[in-house]
Design a protein around this ligand. Structure first.
Ligand code: GLY
Length: 224
C-alpha cells in the first residue's frame, strides 16, 4: 500500500468502508446462523478500528484476526476456509488481506492463490482493493484480483468489475470463486459464482451481510 494520492484527496468524496468474506463454498445450512453471526462480528470490529484509527490497514488486520479466531471460519488453524477483508479510509488509503488454510486433498508444496500477488488479493491506492476466495488454481490463471483492478481502471464500477472478472474465470478456466472489492472512494462490490459466500460490509454506520446469491440483509450497529 502506498500513500493516498494527492489527486484522490483533493478531487473525490471518500466514504470509508470495510468488507469481509468468510470463504466462497457450499456452506451447509447447519452453519448459517453461526456464520452470519461471526461475519457481522468481524466486520463490526474492523469498522470500529476504521473509525477510531482512520487506517484501512489496521481495520482489515482487526477484521481478519476476528475471522481467523472464529472456529466457524478457522482459516488460522487447519480448515480449508479462506477469509479476507478490504477497506478504504477517509484519506483514500486502501488495503486488502486474504488468509487461507488452502484446499484439502492437494499435494504437499502446492501454492494456492493467496501468496501470489494479484491473485488472492491486490490493492492500489489509485484504484481500489480486492480480496479473492475460491479455487486457487483458477484464480491464479486469470490473476483475478488484478484483473478486477484493471476493469475498474477502465471505468467499471466495483460491482461490474467483480462480476465481469468472475465471468471471465468461468469462461476461460471453468473455475468458481468469490470476491469483495472497494474502490478508493468507497464504491463497493460483492460477487461469487460458488453456491454461497459469507460476506459483510460496513459504511455510513450501516451493516449489510449475506450468504446466498442475491441475499443482502441490512442491520444497524445498535441491533448487532
Ligand atoms: N483459495 C484458496 C486456495 O485455493 O488455496
Amino acid at each position: 500500500m502506498s500513500e493516498a494520492t494527492e489527486s484522490n484527496r483533493q478531487c473525490k468524496t471518500i466514504l470509508p468502508a470495510i468488507l469481509v468474506h468468510g470463504g466462497a463454498w457450499a456452506v451447509p445450512d447447519s452453519l448459517r446462523d453461526a456464520v452470519n453471526c461471526g461475519i457481522q462480528r468481524a466486520v463490526r470490529k474492523g469498522y470500529e478500528v476504521l473509525l477510531e484509527k482512520d487506517s484501512a490497514l489496521d481495520a482489515i488486520e482487526e477484521a481478519v484476526r476476528a475471522l481467523e479466531d472464529d472456529p466457524c471460519f478457522n482459516a488460522g488453524t487447519k480448515g480449508h476456509d479462506t477469509v479476507g477483508a478490504v477497506a478504504v479510509d477517509s484519506l483514500g488509503n486502501v488495503a486488502s488481506a486474504t488468509s487461507t488454510g488452502g484446499i484439502t486433498g492437494k499435494e504437499a508444496g502446492r501454492v494456492g492463490d493467496c501468496p501470489l500477488v494479484g491473485c488472492g488479493r491486490y490493492c492500489d491506492n489509485n484504484i481500489g482493493a480486492v480480496s479473492s476466495t475460491g479455487h486457487g488454481e483458477s484464480i491464479s490463471k486469470v490473476v483475478l484480483a488484478k484483473t478486477i483492478i484493471m476493469y475498474m481502471q477502465q471505468g467499471l464500477s466495483s460491482q461490474e468489475a467483480a462480476e465481469k472478472a468472475l465471468s471471465v474465470m468461468t469462461q476461460r478456466v471453468q473455475g468458481s470463486g468469490g470476491v469483495i472489492v472497494v474502490s478508493n472512494t468507497g464504491d463497493i462490490g460483492i460477487a461469487f459464482t460458488t453456491e454461497r459466500m459469507s460476506w459483510a460490509s460496513m459504511q455510513n454506520d450501516q451493516l449489510c451481510y449475506g450468504l446466498d446469491p442475491g441475499e443482502n440483509n441490512i442491520a444497524t450497529i445498535s441491533n448487532i
